[in-house]
Design a protein around this ligand. Sequence first.
Ligand code: ADP
Ligand code: NI
Length: 221
Amino acid sequence: MSEQQEILNKTYQFAEKYHSTDNSGHDFEHIKRVYANMNTLLKNEPEANPFICRMSALLHDVDDHKMHTDGKVAERFLQSTGLDKTRISAILETIDAISFSKSGENPHFDTLEMQLLSDADKLDAMGAIGICRALNYGFSYHQPLFKEDELPCQENNEKHIINHFFAKLLLLKGAMQTAVGKKEAEKRHKFMIEFLQQFFAEQNLVIWQDFLERFLDRMAR
Ligand code: ADP
Ligand code: NI
């Protein structure tokens, strides 16, 4: 087995153990899906460094602020593998670049590996999986599902779970970087819109239906 494959295997096991107790949407199932997304994206990006991409996919959430770490878990783990400084830095910089809160709606990334990691992670917040994760996250933090009187706003993301679609999830499509990522994001975006339309239609929430249509119109402009 190559040195890189050995380190990848070790990292996979580390991430599996590390994320086993999470309930904030960063369980190991999320990491596995991001890793799978990454492998799909890599097929179309022969210029990217697959080792850096895969390592950063496996470690991208170990220092997420929701995991309450000192921010150095990935670095310490990487040092323990004996990897050289250059590759450790490349992996850590890739991970550091991608958080939505840091990179925002219109991100600019310095490297192709950062673009791939961002797409792989964002896809998992969209579509059917994205809906499930939002519900899971919201309920585990005791947020209400929906408050009819609280029309969406960006400032207070915690008001109710449906607000999260307008504050973040519907904006992710516009932040996609790669051709394959954009295409898949398009499908997942459409599915989230259908979900919201159905959710509002079942309750006859005309104001919300209009709000969604106007929101999508603004996005398209
Ligand atoms: P990621 O690991 O994709 O960078 P986050 O750490 O922001 O994502 O969130 C983890 C998951 O929880 C995502 O699927 C996200 O959409 C969801 N989530 C985050 N904040 C909220 C919220 N206020 N309400 C509902 N879901 C949320
Ligand atoms: Ni993630």
